[in-house]
Design a protein around this ligand. Structure first.
Ligand code: OAD
Length: 230
């Protein structure tokens, strides 16, 4: 089976009701990145950071996957599909995707602020964390999110997936954030690269061969047509 590798960003979850980050209605228009998505912000005001992620968790739990996520699962009939996502929601898994790699962590997971291997998944019915909630090493719990300026532990594994791709698809990411956007440089020469996004996106390595200028649900349908599977 050919390998189809997908890189997704916040745009694939937009039709499920989750806000993207950049642009006029983006989360980073309402919150300062430095306050809620950096280790410095965490040290300055951990309560604010916990509140921000408690809200994100409660929002994410109310959402359902859309056809953008579901169409990628349907492609598993024809391809070995691997999804590399920058998203911290788990809508790909909830849609049924078998192989999902989270570059930026997962909302429902928390970890010790001292030891990143001490992590666990929060129960859906009790998923707020507060100051004083401790990991098994006695350290404060923090969201298991990769913040700006932190190492991206899954990056090497993501490179391996990208290097093996026979077809590469980008959906709903502005490609503003590195190292995630840098994954494109590992796409082998000659591999078709589809980019699905309703807005123009700068292609930093000149890799995109086909632009599908649509929202994710429509764009994934179009992709399935273009791949001539039906
Ligand atoms: P952005 O908010 O930067 O980009 C979202 C992209 O989705 C834009 O290109 C939009 O045009 C597109 N979009 C909007 N609606 C869409 C729809 N219905 N269907 C398809 N695409 C749509 O989000 P990301 O690129 O994911 O990191 O941002 C990358 C990282 O920056 C995030 O993982 C997050 C953020 O700061 C952390 O918080 C660590």
């Amino acid at each position: 089976m050919k390998k189809l590798v997908v890189l997704t960003g916040a745009g694939i979850s937009a039709e499920s009701g989750l806000a993207v980050f950049r642009g006029s209605n983006g989360l980073w228009g309402k919150y300062r990145v430095d306050d809620v998505a950096t280790i410095e912000g965490w040290y300055r005001n951990p309560e604010l950071v916990l509140q921000f992620y408690n809200e994100r968790r409660s929002e994410a739990l109310k959402t359902e996957p859309n056809y953008g996520h579901i169409g990628l699962v349907q492609l598993e009939k024809y391809f070995d599909v691997k999804v590399i996502t920058q998203n911290v929601d788990e809508l790909h898994e909830r849609a049924g995707s078998k192989n999902v790699l989270h570059l930026h962590g997962r909302l429902m997971w928390v970890r010790s602020e001292k030891n990143e291997s001490l992590r666990f998944k929060l129960p859906e019915d009790d998923c707020e964390i507060h100051i004083g909630d401790k990991a098994s090493d006695g350290a404060q719990l923090r969201p298991d999110i990769v913040w700006f300026g932190e190492a991206v532990p899954m990056f090497e594994s993501a490179i391996e997936w990208v290097e093996e791709a026979d077809i590469f698809v980008i959906i709903g990411t502005s490609l503003n954030v590195y190292p995630a956007a840098g994954l494109l440089q590992y796409v082998k020469r000659g591999v078709p690269v589809y980019l699905i996004d309703p807005n123009p996106v700068n292609d930093p390595y000149g890799k995109v061969t086909t632009y599908i200028n649509m929202v994710a649900s429509e764009g994934v349908k179009q992709l399935i047509d273009e791949l001539k599977l039906r």
